[in-house]
Design a protein. Structure first.
Lengths: 263, 387
């Protein structure tokens, strides 16, 4: 497809696969635990207004698994290096789930190259007493089913990802996810202490029916990041950019437009 | 052949239907099903059985470690080993083993095992394992670093036993300014190290290179023979010919007057073991990173965790030996020659088998099997047989 290109980029010796399409201000999308094997419709829609950059994280999909990859912090610093190397400025950083965790860790460290931050059903913090699904005890198919409110979306994702030729990649992604998130389970006990450092406009987008990170997590992130705006989308699970892509896209573009007006 | 009485110490009063309904006896099977009054009785019943094994002439008794499961009530095997260190007077005492990567301080295993070696005046056998995948769910330990932590913990423990302290240990996962455990082990240079495994080729190679006794868990005898051959090959590559004493087969034996009676009596208890206590979803058995992608795919493809197995099948494939004294003697000798081991780690209690039947089984093994095979060594060419 001509709507995006796929390249390999080496950042300090680590080769990662990168999809890139569209033009406009840069928008860096950090994928979740299932990887970023393909250019999805919401990426294509964003490409109408943005220079959409979708890397595969070190350890995931077709990217290298470097020796230095131990914790989520390593990926946060990696993407700071990545932004420097590509010399990207005024970046709209968008992270979903595990990628949202990386985005938050990056933003507490350095927002110099960021214009805004969007967290979609993001991992990274812990809200005591909120029941969460165990992502490591169910089958691959059950896990995808649990991500969605609308099971038709689950059917589509299962058909796209649970294929014999993707078995090795799926296992690679599972191993990388376990390495980063097994214990403490999908959060960094210290992140919440430093989220006040985020000084760029922040949008929190959440599925009201997310069972992995229930909506309490959206409000917790909103409380912890100064001035953050939270949108909770009804009848929507863990992956709003797929399950409710129209709502997601209009909320994201409205947020970025309002930011520009304010500036 | 040497005979060790290997106990899993199952919670044999477990509600088998509730396990079936839950999908597993591990991690998520609620401890509401544990009755402390019954559990306390079981601990004493099982410890009494271990003491009986000593009196009956078994060469050793074995404990192991599993967490949050009705399959075995030994999360801290050292407690039971401590209880047995003085009451088992003659036999060896083995923990097969402690799951090293689950510990944030493996130096404590160096201490615990050294204490047991002193208490038994050198009758202790030190087993090291990684724990099965379920343990990583139960204990919140990252499975991805399990192999690294295992290797490092092992190195730390062996150095703690063999190098005069204090010295500093600087590893990737463990770091100590002072390694200086008191007591030191009773045996020189340290207790024998045994490595139980489900048959990972990297573990077999690692054990063979270090001349550690390799113990094969719950497998058909043809598979056991293949893994033991792999061990002998790796030993030869390292430059030595291993003794059959370095190979231990973990099995289950049940003896009764006739084959038919033995099968009839063992059936419900063995089937409870393999189809209930051992059952778990593949995601529980193999969390991501516990093994490499190739072996994870192999296990997934074999669908080992979902199969329902009959006693006939277990007996026919030589996972267990159930039969008359004559049948058991013949099969053990045949399997010894096929696989080339000289140690039988035998579960005499299994699944829901009650105390009286366990004791009868132990006595029958001691009287009808041990005397006939005690001085027997593997015969013939195992290499040819295994091919």
């Amino acid at each position: 497809m001509a709507d995006h290109t796929t390249t390999t980029v080496a950042v300090r010796g680590c080769n990662i696969k990168l999809m890139r399409g569209g033009s406009g201000p840069p928008l860096l999308f950090l994928h979740g635990a299932s990887g970023a094997a393909s250019w999805l419709p919401f990426m294509q829609a964003l490409a109408a207004r943005f220079d959409v950059i979708v890397p595969q994280h070190p350890g995931f999909d077709e990217s290298d698994t470097p020796d230095w990859l131990d914790t989520i912090h390593d990926l946060a610093y990696f993407y700071l290096d990545f932004l420097d190397q590509l010399d990207l400025k005024h970046v709209h950083l968008v992270g979903a789930s595990l990628g949202g965790w990386i985005a938050a860790e990056l933003a507490v460290r350095n927002t110099q190259r960021l214009a805004s931050l969007t967290l979609i059903d993001a991992a990274g913090i812990h809200v005591p007493g909120v029941k969460q699904l165990d992502l490591f005890l169910g089958s691959d198919e059950q896990r995808i089913r649990d991500f969605f409110y609308d099971q038709k979306c689950a059917d589509e994702m299962i058909a796209r990802l649970i294929r014999p030729e993707l078995e090795d990649t799926n296992m690679k992604n599972r191993i990388a996810t376990a390495k980063l998130a097994w214990q403490p389970r999908l959060f960094d006990p210290h992140l919440h202490k430093w989220l006040h450092r985020i000084d760029v406009p922040t949008l929190i987008v959440w599925g009201a029916n997310d069972r992995v990170f229930p909506e309490e997590y959206a409000y917790a992130y909103q409380r912890l990041i100064p001035g953050a705006k939270a949108i909770v989308i009804p009848e929507c699970g863990h992956i709003p950019q797929v399950e409710k892509s129209a709502v997601f896209l209009s909320e994201l573009t409205a947020f970025i437009d309002s930011m520009r007006k304010a500036a | 052949m040497k005979f060790f009485n290997f106990h899993l110490m199952p919670y044999r009063h477990a509600d088998l239907d509730a396990i079936e309904q839950n999908g597993s006896a591990w991690v998520t099977y609620s401890n509401r099903h544990y009755d402390p009054a019954k559990g306390a009785e079981l601990y004493h019943e099982y410890l009494d059985q271990m003491e009986l094994a000593d009196k009956l002439g078994f060469d050793g008794v074995c404990l192991n470690e599993h967490h949050q499961t009705a399959y075995g009530m030994m999360p801290i095997p050292g407690v039971l080993a401590g209880a047995l260190a003085r009451s088992v007077k003659r036999a060896k005492l083995a923990i097969l083993g402690r799951a090293l990567p689950l510990l944030n301080n493996p130096l404590m295993v160096a201490e615990e095992y050294a204490m047991l070696d002193n208490l038994t005046r050198g009758r202790f056998i030190a087993g090291f394992v990684r724990g099965i995948g379920a343990e990583y769910h139960a204990m919140g330990i990252n499975p991805v670093t399990s192999q690294e932590r295992y290797a490092e913990a092992h190195d730390l423990i062996v150095r703690a036993w063999t190098e005069p302290g204090p010295f500093a240990y600087e590893g990737r996962h463990y770091h100590f300014n002072y390694v200086n455990p008191w007591p030191r082990p009773y045996q020189t240079p340290h207790p024998p190290i045994w490595i139980p495994s489900q048959g990972s080729s990297s573990t077999i190679k690692w054990a063979a290179q270090r001349r550690y006794t390799y113990a094969q868990t719950l497998s058909p005898i043809a598979v056991v023979a293949r893994f033991f051959q792999m061990y002998r090959d790796e030993a030869e590559k390292t430059g030595y010919t291993p003794s059959p004493d370095q190979l231990a087969w973990s099995n289950t034996i049940y003896v009764a007057e006739t084959d038919e009676k033995a099968m009839r009596e063992a059936r419900p208890h063995l089937e409870a073991l393999v189809n209930r206590f051992l059952k778990m979803p593949v995601e529980m058995l193999l969390p991501p990173g516990y093994s490499n992608i190739e072996s994870m795919k192999r296990v997934r493809a074999a669908k080992v965790t979902g199969k329902v197995t009959s006693v006939e099948e277990l007996n026919k494939t030589g996972v267990v030996i159930v039969g008359s004294p004559n049948t058991v003697r013949e099969k053990l000798a045949e399997y010894q020659d096929l696989a080339g081991f000289n140690t039988s780690l035998t579960k005499t209690q299994f699944g829901t088998l009650p105390d009286d039947m366990t004791r009868a089984n132990m006595t029958a093994i001691a009287e009808e099997i041990l005397p006939h095979l005690r001085n027997r060594l593997p015969q013939g060419k195992q290499q040819a047989a295994a091919e």
